[in-house]
Write a protein that binds this ligand. Structure first.
Ligand code: SAH
Length: 246
């Protein structure tokens, strides 16, 4: 594990980021909006997760923070649902791609290079909705990210997480299947040891005053080559939580 400290950000603690993970996404960043690239799964998943988030949190008119926004697939789509969106990431290349893409798409997302813990210290309780998708399994201390998301949302606001479960089936599908058999993702994208059980994520959420309301599974069907949402949370899953009222 490689804890990086970025002097420009002027934080005392080392930043909760894994340099090699950020580099992996950086190397692929130019392909972010290519729907047939390594980012195909995120493009496929996006309409499903967007509809679910919108159903639970009614995005129109809301102030939303997208943590680990990458090239902006979810951020842009939430903007087009009528939200005011801030997207943050510690991948400089991904953020450059996100900023370039919005010139083309017309989305007006406010992209910022800042650690979520740092933003939480600066602007607590300032967002109606926080999303943190497909990111927790790439950081050294995911509980700290969950706590920062909880700090950033207003009392009664929604925080959404998505990640990958840790069990033999998840290893088979998310690592062997997606990276080795189906070539959906580059080899080495996911590190099994960093996968997160729903019980662990729920417990970090509860410790941060986030009440878990509902969980949804996202399953990939290799025959139809499509994702669907359902009750099976054994591999990819999303969690909806609500911050306790003050
Ligand atoms: N959330 C986006 C992108 C997921 S890819 C989506 O679901 O469409 C994972 C992203 O997490 C990458 O953009 C990577 O740069 C970012 N990331 C990894 N570690 C991070 C950290 N510590 N802080 C912020 N972003 C991080």
């Amino acid at each position: 594990m490689n804890m990086e400290s970025t002097p420009a950000m002027n934080t005392e603690k080392p930043i909760n980021a894994d340099h090699l993970e950020l580099q992996k996404f950086g190397e692929l960043a130019h392909k972010w909006w290519d729907k047939n690239s390594e980012f195909k799964p995120l493009h496929e998943l996006n309409p499903l997760r967007l509809a679910w988030i919108d159903e639970l949190a009614s995005l129109k008119g809301k102030r939303v923070l997208d943590v680990g926004c990458g090239g902006g697939i979810l951020s842009e789509s939430m903007y087009f649902k009528g939200a005011e969106v801030v997207g943050i990431d510690l991948g400089e290349k991904a953020l450059s791609v996100a900023k370039l893409h919005q010139l083309e798409s017309g989305a007006k997302v406010d992209y910022q290079y800042i650690a979520v813990e740092q933003l939480a210290a600066q602007q607590p309780a300032s967002f109606d909705v926080v999303t943190c998708m497909e990111m927790l399994e790439h950081v050294p201390d995911p509980a700290s990210i969950v706590a920062a998301c909880a700090r950033l949302v207003k009392p009664g606001g929604s925080v959404f997480f998505s990640t990958i479960n840790r069990n033999p089936k998840a290893y088979l599908f998310a690592v062997i299947g997606a990276e080795y058999l189906l070539n959906l993702l580059p080899k080495g994208t996911h590190d099994y040891a960093k996968f997160i059980k729903p019980s662990e994520l729920s417990s970090w959420a509860r410790q941060a005053d986030l009440n878990v309301t509902v969980m949804r599974g996202m399953s990939y069907n290799p025959i139809t080559q499509h994702y669907s949402l359902g009750d099976d949370v054994s591999v990819n899953y999303m969690l909806h939580t609500i911050k306790s009222a003050a």
